[in-house]
Ligand binder design. Structure first.
Ligand code: NAP
Ligand code: ZN
Ligand code: ZN
Length: 347
C-alpha cells in the first residue's frame, strides 16, 4: 500500500487537519501521480459541511488535481513516468451502461466513483481526493495535460472548466447568442472565458459592482448588478441562454424573466435548498430550465486540448495548505479572484 499524506475532515463539525492514509498499490491499468496543485471548489465546502447530505468521513476533498506521473502499471499505454497528468471529479464508473459507453460517465446509471466522498466500483472502498500528496487512478480516468500552460492555473479546468464548457457545448452556444453568466466565482469566470471563446455576447450577472472591472478583463461584454432593479429591468427578455453558477439560495424566477422566448436557463450551481419555480415563469415564452453536471472523460480531454490550443487557463490565487480555511471563508463571502489553488508542496 502507498502511505499518503493529506488534509482531511474527520466529521462535518471539524476543520480540515493533517491525516495519513493508504492508497492501493499501482495495478496493471493504474497511473500513480504525485499531486503538485489542487484547486479549491465550492463543492469541497458543501461536502465537508455535509450540506448535500450523505457525506462520508474522514473526507479528503479536492477534485481539480494535476501533477506528474511517478509510476505506471504494466498495461498502461497513455502515460509514462515523468508525464503531466490530471484527474477531475471522477475516478471510475461502471463502463457498461449506455451513458458510460457514450462517454457520459458523469451520468453513469450504475453510479460513478467520484474522486472523493464516494466509493470505488466495489461500492465499499472510500475514495480520497486531491488535498493529498499522491493519487492512484485507472488510466482511463487520468487526463493528459499540456506543458504549454501554467500548471497551477490548469488545475481548476478539471472541474470549474469542464462544468461550464460542457453545457455551453451541449446547447451549441456560439456566435449570435446573447448569454448571461450568473455568479462570478470559480465556475462563473470559466463560463465567461468559454462563452467569449465560442463567440457569444456575454453578460455577467453579479450581486455587486465589485467585480465589474475584472469581468471586462475576462472578456465579458456587459455587466449587470443583480441588486439594482433598473439594471435588471434593462436586460429583461434579452438572453438566449443563462449559465447559473450560484452556490447559495436565489430566486430562479427572477432570472427566467431575463430569457427571450425559447431561452434556456441551465443550473450548474448546487444550493442546499430546493428552488421554487412558478409555472408562469416558464410557460410564457416556452422557456426551459435545465441542469448539467461536470462532463465525461472524452469531453474533459477535448476541453483541456481546447484550452491548450486557445491559451485558456483559470485566474488563480495560489495558497498554502494551512490557509485552506481562510480560503473557504473568503469563498463564502464571494471574495474569490477567481479560484484558490493549493500548492501541494506546502502540505
Ligand atoms: P464560488 O467560486 O464560490 O462562486 C459562486 C459565486 O456565486 C460567487 O462568487 C458569487 O458571485 C455568487 N453568489 C454567491 N452567493 C450568492 C447569492 N446568495 N446570490 C447570488 N449569487 C451568489 O463557487 P464555485 O466553485 O464556482 O461553485 C459554484 C456552485 O457550483 C457550487 O454550488 C458548486 O457546488 C457547484 N458545482 C457544480 C458542479 C456541477 O457539476 N454542476 C461542478 C462544480 C461545482 P458574485 O460575487 O458575482 O455575485
Ligand atoms: Zn468542483
Ligand atoms: Zn455506467
Amino acid at each position: 500500500m502507498i502511505q499518503t499524506k493529506a488534509y482531511a475532515a474527520q466529521t462535518k463539525e471539524t476543520d480540515l487537519a493533517p491525516w495519513t492514509f493508504e492508497r492501493r498499490e499501482v495495478g496493471p491499468h493504474d497511473v500513480q501521480f504525485d499531486i503538485l496543485f489542487c484547486g479549491v471548489c465550492h463543492s469541497d465546502l458543501h461536502q465537508i459541511k455535509d450540506e448535500w447530505g450523505g457525506s462520508i468521513f474522514p473526507m479528503v476533498p479536492g477534485h481539480e488535481i494535476v501533477g506528474r506521473v511517478v509510476k505506471v502499471g504494466d498495461h498502461v499505454k497513455k502515460f509514462k513516468v515523468g508525464d503531466l497528468a490530471g484527474t477531475g471529479c471522477l475516478v471510475d464508473s461502471c463502463r457498461v451502461c449506455d451513458n458510460c459507453k457514450d462517454g457520459l460517465e458523469q451520468y453513469c446509471t450504475n453510479g460513478h466513483s467520484q474522486t472523493y466522498n464516494g466509493y470505488e466500483q466495489d461500492h465499499q472502498t472510500p475514495t480520497y481526493g486531491g488535498y493529498s500528496n499522491t493519487i492512484v487512478v485507472h488510466e482511463d480516468f487520468v487526463l493528459r495535460i499540456s506543458d504549454k500552460l501554467d500548471l497551477a492555473s490548469v488545475a481548476p479546468l478539471l472541474c470549474a472548466g469542464i462544468t461550464t464548457y460542457s453545457p455551453l457545448r451541449h446547447w451549441n452556444i456560439g456566435k449570435g447568442h446573447k448569454i448571461a453568466v450568473v455568479g462570478l466565482g470559480g465556475l462563473g469566470h470559466m463560463g465567461v472565458k468559454f462563452g467569449v471563446a465560442f463567440g457569444a455576447e456575454v453578460t455577467v450577472l453579479s450581486t455587486s459592482g465589485k467585480k465589474e472591472e475584472d469581468a471586462k478583463k475576462l472578456g465579458a461584454h456587459h455587466f449587470v448588478v443583480t441588486s439594482d432593479p433598473e439594471q435588471m429591468k434593462a436586460v429583461a427578455g434579452t438572453f438566449d441562454f443563462i449559465l447559473d453558477t450560484v452556490s447559495a439560495e436565489h430566486d430562479l424566477n427572477v432570472y427566467l424573466g431575463l430569457l427571450k422566448t425559447n431561452g434556456t436557463h441551465v443550473c450548474v450551481g448546487v444550493p442546499t435548498k430546493p428552488a421554487e419555480i412558478a409555472a408562469f415563469s416558464i410557460i410564457g415564452g416556452r422557456k426551459s430550465l435545465a441542469g448539467s453536471m461536470i462532463g465525461g472523460l472524452p469531453e474533459t480531454q477535448e476541453m483541456l486540448d481546447f484550452c491548450a490550443e486557445h491559451n485558456i487557463v483559470s485566474d488563480i490565487e495560489l495558497i498554502d495548505m494551512k490557509d485552506i480555511h481562510t480560503a473557504y471563508d473568503r469563498m463564502l463571502k464571494g471574495d474569490v479572484r477567481y479560484r484558490f489553488v493549493i500548492d501541494m508542496a506546502t502540505l
